[in-house]
Ligand binder design. Structure first.
Ligand code: ZN
Length: 211
């Protein structure tokens, strides 16, 4: 059996270009090339203010439900307090820390998962509005190398919708081919429209990078 190389995204001494190169070597499948991106995560100690920096690959972004996709993303990428106590690598104390994620490498296809089940397992039926196009620039590291980061412009091409409850439900999909949208429901499909697609209570959203 071939030994797999290990991606060490947690080494803060390594530069981002080197980490991205290392990641591409470790994970070189077609799936990685299409769906994987890299975020930089900074955890700031509440006591000594030391910042712990790591780089982490991702394939989907799970987002808390908000009225719009941009608000979901702002909530995810803004500085947030960590729920649990954090042991600082510098002062070794248990503290309340703050965490911030920033994108350093964008994937060709971005998949967003809108969390539709709350802590008491009730389904959130409210809409999250989203657009046919999306600019990810404000969620990227400000000084990211555009060559590594990639184009920040995306276009919507598919949506998964969940009907029903947690205990019983059904998934349907909307997908675009060329200029036309289609609605897929098990073995049936029919022509739809962008207007119809944008009205859906989305569970998964698929955006592709504009070439
Ligand atoms: Zn500390």
């Amino acid at each position: 059996m071939q030994n797999r190389l290990r991606f060490n995204g947690s080494d803060p001494k390594k530069s981002i270009p080197l980490l991205c190169q290392e990641y591409d070597t470790c994970y070189s499948t077609i799936i990685d090339k299409i769906f994987s991106g890299i975020t930089q995560t900074i955890v700031k100690c509440g006591k000594c203010k030391h910042e712990s920096v790591t780089c982490n690959p991702f394939m989907t972004q799970s987002l808390q439900h908000k009225p719009t996709l941009v608000k979901c993303l702002a909530d995810h990428y803004n500085e947030n307090a960590l729920d649990d106590y954090y042991t600082c690598e510098n002062c070794h104390k248990k503290t309340k820390a703050k965490v911030r994620h920033m994108l350093v490498k964008l994937p060709k296809v971005l998949i967003f998962h809108i969390k539709r089940f709350d802590s008491s397992f009730r389904k959130i039926e409210k809409m999250t509005t989203f657009g046919a196009s999306l600019d990810m620039a404000q969620f990227c590291m400000p000084d990211a190398d555009p060559e590594i980061r990639g184009n920040t412009q995306y276009e919507l091409f598919a949506i998964t919708v969940h009907h029903g409850t947690l205990s019983g439900g059904h998934y349907v999909a909307f997908a675009r081919r060329g200029a036309h949208w289609y609605n897929f429901n098990d073995e049936y499909f029919q022509r739809s429209s962008e207007t119809q697609a944008l009205k859906q209570q989305a569970y998964l959203l698929f955006y592709r990078q504009v070439e």
